[in-house]
Write a protein that binds this ligand. Structure first.
Ligand SMILES: [Fe+2]
Length: 159
């Protein structure tokens, strides 16, 4: 599989969404390579494709944290002794996270069907130990409240 070439021709149609591969997926300033001298050595097509691949990776990052954290952090808080008035908000938060993850996966599958045909992640593949560690730690939101705080800035107006 050649990642340097989009899997479909420009402006190919996938379901009801048109993916325009002639455009960047994210602002250049959001990509690490843009801030290095080597970026200027890439030609325009390479810069564009790098940007698009980084956009897919960016979506994976958000999806990873939503999947890894929402159910564990929010689910555990729901099971803990909290004010009854907080529960509907936590449930809504979990439901929104689930919808967001599904949206990012759908978008990545539309942009790169071969990369995501049989897997939800292509670029992010945590080791089993790292995955287990995150799972164990995130299920203790009162001991490690940083995960709850981490989730909040990820929640921009997606809907
Ligand atoms: Fe979200």
């Amino acid at each position: 599989m050649n990642l340097l070439v989009p899997e479909v021709t420009p402006k190919a149609r996938h379901s009801d969404t048109v993916i325009d591969f002639s455009r960047r997926f994210v602002p250049e300033q959001f990509t690490p390579l843009y801030h290095t001298p080597v970026y200027s050595r890439l030609n325009a097509d390479e810069q564009l494709r790098y940007n698009q691949l980084h956009g897919l990776y960016f979506n994976e990052q958000i999806m990873f944290f939503e999947r890894a954290l929402a159910r564990n952090v929010l689910g555990r808080l729901l099971l803990s002794p909290i004010r009854k008035s907080l529960k509907p908000g936590l449930i809504q938060f979990m439901e929104e996270e689930s919808r967001h993850s599904a949206m990012f996966l759908r978008l990545n599958r539309q942009c790169a069907p071969q990369l995501y045909a049989h897997a939800e992640f292509y670029f992010i593949r945590p080791s089993p130990i790292a995955g287990k560690l995150l799972h164990v730690i995130s299920r203790q939101p009162r001991r490690f409240p940083l995960f709850l705080w981490l989730m909040l800035p990820l929640e921009m107006d997606l809907e």
